[in-house]
Write a protein that binds this ligand. Structure first.
Ligand code: MLT
Ligand code: ZN
Length: 461
């Protein structure tokens, strides 16, 4: 609990317009995309790195938690103030400082909305590929903190692959520069890589230097329908076996299709049990050739139908429906646990049969969708938290799922991070010495454990 005296000090530091403490004003900052809720004591809206530095110095002195927050779209609870304290909203860090078409970089404050940056760079025929499904509400800072992926990761990689450097405030208040503003740089330990994906536990990142690439000249969007998920994911392997790496290669199972059927803008036969949404990009001749080849591969692999979006609006509708799946599956049950596992592409069919059996064994609906091109499947376990016979089973279902994924040489999180919700399972994947090394790194950055406590580590950090 932050005392009234400390709240007064924070108000003096930031000005009364940049701190809120009224319960009603705090509520939007208590929750995120996990739908869990923990009330903070206050929310601060710092305007620059120095403000953050002063807040963190005070937090060390008075020992209260500070929790950085971007768009609040996180899926593992990274921005939740689980031990109360001060939420640090990055809303005011909303400037694009530079887009440089010669050096192919952008310098961006971390509160900038990801889609806003993308629109700005595309005006200059440049491209910033990472595109999490929450692109219209998530921030660059949140993406960097979580090392977010997205639909285009199959071809273009994840946020980490585009971060060249950054300014960050350490939990003890020092402001550092990490990385470079150039295409290359190998000076010292790679602090940039360490901070990307550190889930707001090691530093508060205030601006980043991002790598840009030229905008692809054309794109083509296609949809293939299958009787089963197994047939759809076998087709994914076939596409890569033919040395084609689409921009996006997304899967929806029957439950997901039913939830967004009306949004797809195309009528689908009732016997359709899975679909793939596929996009290719590049120069016109290449995308035409690849699209034709993909059509052949899909039909040879048993697709019941194959359609190509003929207009931009048609393609946009398909992608909007896809981005909306996560929210739409709440139509099935009022609550869900949303997992984010990755297996080698070649083992997705095995995972799909396993999920069918798991749902039957526990009598729970399990919806699966996501980045099939990466082997990254969002396994959504649906339940009703007011039905104790359902909630009791969820943890065991998650553990069985993770055991299967790890046995298949996969990982328990491809893009959502460990945060709060997956911390109890971290030691299923990481060895004790590896977790202890991470804990020593955390201690070196944050000796008093004030920055985003209660995250990542399965025990108190
Ligand atoms: C997505 O791909 O839709 C996002 O990662 C969110 C999710 O559904 O889990
Ligand atoms: Zn995703």
């Amino acid at each position: 609990m932050i005392s009234d005296r400390v709240l007064r000090e924070l108000t003096n530091l930031l000005g009364p317009e940049n701190i809120v403490t009224r319960r009603d004003d705090l509520i939007p900052y208590a929750s995120d995309a996990t739908h869990l809720s923990y009330m903070p004591d206050a929310v601060a809206f710092p305007g620059n790195a120095q403000d953050i530095s002063r807040i963190l110095v005070l937090a060390n002195q008075e020992e209260f938690p500070v929790i950085p927050r971007g768009g609040g779209s996180g899926k593992s609870g990274g921005a939740l103030p689980v031990r109360g304290g001060l939420v640090l909203s990055m809303d005011r860090f909303n400037r694009i400082l530079l887009i440089d078409p010669i050096n192919l970089i952008a310098k961006v404050e971390t509160g900038v909305i990801t889609s806003v940056l993308q629109e700005e760079v595309e005006k200059l025929d440049l491209f910033y590929p990472p595109d999490p499904a929450s692109i219209k509400i998530c921030t660059i800072g949140g993406n960097v903190a979580e090392n977010a992926g997205g639909l285009r990761a199959v071809k273009y990689g994840v946020t980490r692959d585009y971060v060249l450097g950054m300014t960050a405030v350490l939990p003890t208040g020092e402001i550092i520069k990490a990385g470079v503003e150039t295409a290359k740089g190998v000076v010292g330990y790679d602090l940039t890589r360490l901070l990307v994906g550190s889930e707001g536990t090691l530093a508060v990142i205030t601006d980043v230097i991002l790598r840009l690439i030229p905008k692809p000249a054309s794109t083509r969007t296609m949809m293939a329908l299958f009787h089963t998920v197994s047939a759809a994911v076998e087709t994914v392997s076939e596409i890569t076996r033919h040395k084609i790496i689409p921009t996006a290669l997304e899967l929806m199972d029957r439950l997901c299709i039913d939830c967004v059927r009306s949004e797809l803008g195309m009528s689908l036969p009732p016997q359709c049990g899975a679909l793939l949404l596929i996009e290719v990009d590049g120069d016109k001749a290449l995308t035409k050739r690849e699209a034709e080849r993909i059509r052949e591969i899909c039909l040879q692999s048993g697709a019941m139908e194959f359609m190509a979006a003929s207009r931009k609006r048609e393609a946009e509708k398909l992608w909007e429906a896809r981005r909306n799946v996560s929210a739409a599956v709440y139509k099935l049950r009022p609550d869900k646990v949303s997992e984010d596992v990755v297996v080698p592409r070649s083992r997705m069919a095995e995972l799909s049969s396993f999920l069918d059996a798991l749902g039957r064994k526990y009598n729970l609906s399990i919806a699966a969708y996501g980045h099939a091109g990466d082997g990254n499947i969002h396994v959504n376990i649906l339940f009703d938290k007011n039905a104790p016979e359902e909630t009791r089973k969820v943890d065991e279902v998650v553990r069985e799922l993770f055991r299967k994924v790890l046995e298949a040489k996969g990982t328990i999180s491809g893009e959502h991070g460990i945060g709060l919700t997956k911390a109890p399972y971290l030691d299923m994947e990481m060895s004790r010495p590896a977790i202890e090394l991470m804990a020593r790194i955390k201690l070196a950055f944050d000796p008093k454990g004030i920055l985003n406590p209660g995250k990542i580590f399965p025990y108190r950090s």
